[in-house]
Design a protein around this ligand. Structure first.
Ligand SMILES: [Zn+2]
Length: 121
């Protein structure tokens, strides 16, 4: 198998509902997003997918979150914008935008330099 990794980031504010602690107050993060895709097929050029396109597809999803108050952005108007839920959202949307030959192996969302959550199927 081939595995490709791209990183991107976004900045956004949120506050956690039903959470007892500092994170129930409005605050922001610079979220780092790492996307890993796998495939056993290469195109004629010798790529799983152009890094530029993979990053572009990821950024299209992230555009909806960047510089936003996440609690107002669906689905985070109903569920908390935790690193866990953000990673699942990006995974689901990225899967829809890529060809079936390319599997989204894992999406990792870093909330700080030393804390991350990942989603994979
Ligand atoms: Zn937070």
């Amino acid at each position: 198998m081939y595995e490709l990794i791209v990183e991107t980031s976004f900045s956004a504010a949120h506050n956690l509902r039903g959470y007892n602690g500092a994170c129930e107050n409005l605050h922001g993060h610079n979220w780092k997003v790492e996307v890993r895709v796998i495939s056993n097929e290469l195109d004629r050029v010798g790529m799983v997918i152009d890094f530029k396109r993979l990053k572009g597809e990821t950024n299209k999803i992230i555009e909806a979150l960047d510089h936003k108050y996440l609690n107002e952005v669906p689905p985070f108007d109903r569920e908390n914008a935790t690193a866990e839920n953000i990673s699942r959202l990006i995974h689901t949307k990225l899967k829809e935008s890529l060809s079936p030959a390319i599997k989204v192996a894992r999406v990792t969302v870093w909330e700080s330099e030393n804390a991350a959550a990942a989603y994979y199927e």
